[in-house]
Design a protein around this ligand. Sequence first.
Ligand SMILES: [Zn+2]
Length: 142
Amino acid sequence: MSEKVESSGPLPAVPYIKLPEGADPYLEGQKCSSCGAVYLGQRMACGKCFSREKFEAVKLSDRGTLHVFSIVHRSFPGVEVPFVSAIVDLEGGGTVKGNLVGVEPEPGSVELGMPVDVFFDDAGRKDGDGNSYVSYFFRPAA
Ligand SMILES: [Zn+2]
């Protein structure tokens, strides 16, 4: 038997989104204690130095630069296209994939290396229990 958990608000769409009460949401990375490489999500070993030493949870920056992007014209039913799928290098470490919004989804409007901010918003979907989810997005830096 499962007990219904009372939720006080929206849930994180992925485990590495942290929603501290009374503070701004942030992305949490795992930092290799051997070489300092930063990853999202749990790791068994470091892909950079192959260490299996402990990883330390770190709060990631909400600023970064656009590493690479793709303008997506086909997706699942219900997903509005086109949109910009981006990979962003965060300041201080961590590379994150997400959607870049606030720009026209066309090649001339998006530039490699452009500074972007991370922000958090409703993911636009609810699950069967009516829970809403918070996801992260990128937008051109203010
Ligand atoms: Zn390492």
